[in-house]
Write a protein that binds this ligand. Structure first.
Ligand SMILES: Nc1nc2c(c(=O)[nH]1)N[C@H]1C(S)=C(S)[C@@H](COP(=O)(O)OP(=O)(O)OC[C@H]3O[C@@H](n4cnc5c(N)ncnc54)[C@H](O)[C@@H]3O)O[C@H]1N2
Ligand code: MOO
Length: 434
């Protein structure tokens, strides 16, 4: 279906007269519309990957009791003063303290308590000597009662093998700050402090539309001239990685009015709408017109970047609409640079953008460009240095190298290309282990 409904001023439709803005300006224009979402509580076992909605402070010190670091004997260290192989000291073993139990007997000078790793050390003891450094001796007293002693042949210093109260955290310490992504270490902390209902920010609900009559659904057999809709699934995964909840909706047909009503309906239900394709200047590229309607405020429709120069963003009913390119490489990059920060901001995250670092370029990159390029790349750590290699095929239309990429290499506008060995800025992709 034709889409010649676009506003035509001066002969050419609006979509041909776009003003390319800088990436940072485009990113900044989005953020005021990404509002922090409300808090919900989830079970600890389901908290992985979520974002904390509240500061968590320590409800008790950790550890909260003095703990033995070894299997051995709790002793009063002063009893070992001056002892040696020539002058060993003998202590009577008067108690046995397994993990989880409390001491039964008050220790006095000359006595020791057998104790296991992690058990509470008797208050009177100030050190633990490990089994391997003692010799057990069995004796009978005058009443023929069996008694156990340990022989110690060296001085033991105060505090040896003993973990003090609050070594890791004091009562009231800030343990985890709101906005923090919950990963393995955070889960361990939350479990330690008994926070079994975790306050997290609700995930943004992100609707994904594809456009284009060339698209087949993934279960359909291949047809000549058509391709399967891979971007929708790629985007759904990126949304999940960024902390959002993807909702795959039916494709938008190349019909402007129908598209408008579908997008409007989506905004009633979802926090963000993302589309892929139909954003360039082709006869059936309706997204350009869709973002110029009365009820839609366009933020940008061209960015000084490759791939994805036609990436478009708009606001409708106070919510963000991202119209990403249909070319898989451009769609991928557009999401990471613009949609990810919006999702992260809605989650209250402290890290909105992909983390940046510098690395040496492993292979010359010779393409010239007046716009900044975000080139898919692979990290290599050989010879103790971080080197990045641009993908062999990095065209906007190429899909296959996305799977091999850890990073986006930022190549500034250049007329000469960048030589091997030059330092380049690199953006870490979420899948990266760097
Ligand atoms: N005359 C001009 N033509 C083009 C320009 C231009 O400035 N002037 N820009 C080019 C650039 S750069 C890009 S990038 C593309 C952007 O195109 P669209 O975003 O409008 O996307 P489509 O035309 O719909 O599709 C492009 C390409 O991607 C494939 N595609 C689309 N959707 C999907 C999907 N869901 N899964 C997988 N692949 C998809 C589609 O079949 C096309 O091959 O425009 C250039 N043209
Ligand atoms: O700018 Mo197009 O969006 O990739 O190459």
């Amino acid at each position: 279906m034709s889409n010649l409904a676009g506003s035509e001023a001066g002969g050419k439709p609006e979509k041909f007269r776009r003003q390319a803005i800088e990436v940072s300006a485009a990113q900044a224009s989005i953020l005021p519309y990404a509002h922090l979402l409300d808090c919900e509580r989830v079970l600890l076992a389901e908290a992985q990957g979520r974002t904390l909605a509240e500061n968590i402070t320590a409800p008790h010190p950790y550890p909260h009791f003095r703990r033995s670091g070894m299997d051995g004997f709790a002793i009063i260290s002063a009893d070992t003063k001056g002892c040696s192989s020539e002058q060993p000291v003998e202590l009577e073993v008067v108690d046995e303290i397994p993990c989880g139990s409390l001491p039964n007997v008050k220790l006095v000078s000359g006595t020791a308590a057998r104790i296991m790793t992690g058990a509470k050390v008797p208050d009177e003891a100030d050190a633990v000597i490990m089994f391997e450094m003692t010799k057990e001796i069995h004796k009978q007293d005058a009443n023929h009662q069996k008694k156990k002693y340990i022989e110690i042949r060296r001085e033991i210093e105060v505090g040896k093998n003993l973990t003090p109260v609050g070594l890791e955290l004091a009562l009231g310490d800030l343990i985890l700050e709101k906005g923090r992504h919950i990963g393995t270490g955070e889960i361990s902390v939350l479990a330690t402090f008994g926070i079994h209902q975790v306050p997290v920010v609700r995930r943004p609900r992100v609707a994904v539309f594809s456009t284009g009559s060339e698209l087949l659904s993934v279960e359909e057999p291949l047809q000549d001239g058509k391709i399967r809709n891979s971007n929708t699934y790629m985007l759904a995964n990126q949304i999940r990685e960024a902390g959002g909840e993807p909702y795959i909706l039916h494709a938008i047909e190349d019909n402007l009015e129908l598209a408008r009503s579908k997008v409007a309906a989506a905004f009633a239900q979802y926090d963000i709408v993302v589309t892929t394709g139909g954003v360039s200047v082709g006869d059936f590229d309706i997204m350009a017109d869709l973002v110029t309607g009365n009820d839609v405020q366009m933020l940008f429709n061209k960015v000084q970047m490759r791939p994805g120069s036609v990436t478009t963003a708009a606001v409708k009913d106070g919510k963000l609409l991202f119209a990403l390119s249909g070319n898989p490489g451009a769609c991928f990059v557009g999401f990471e640079l613009f949609v990810r920060p919006a999702i992260q901001k809605m989650l209250g995250s402290s890290q909105l953008f992909l983390p940046e670092f510098s690395a040496s370029l492993g292979k010359a990159y010779s393409k010239v460009n007046s716009f900044t390029r975000f080139v898919r790349g692979r990290l290599d750590y050989s010879d103790g240095r971080v080197v990045v290699y641009p993908a062999q095929l990095d065209e906007s239309s190429v899909m296959i190298t996305i799977k091999d990429s850890d990073v986006l290499i930022v190549i500034p506008p250049t007329t000469t290309g960048v030589h091997a060995g030059e330092m380049v800025k690199v953006l870490k992709l979420p899948r990266s282990t760097a």
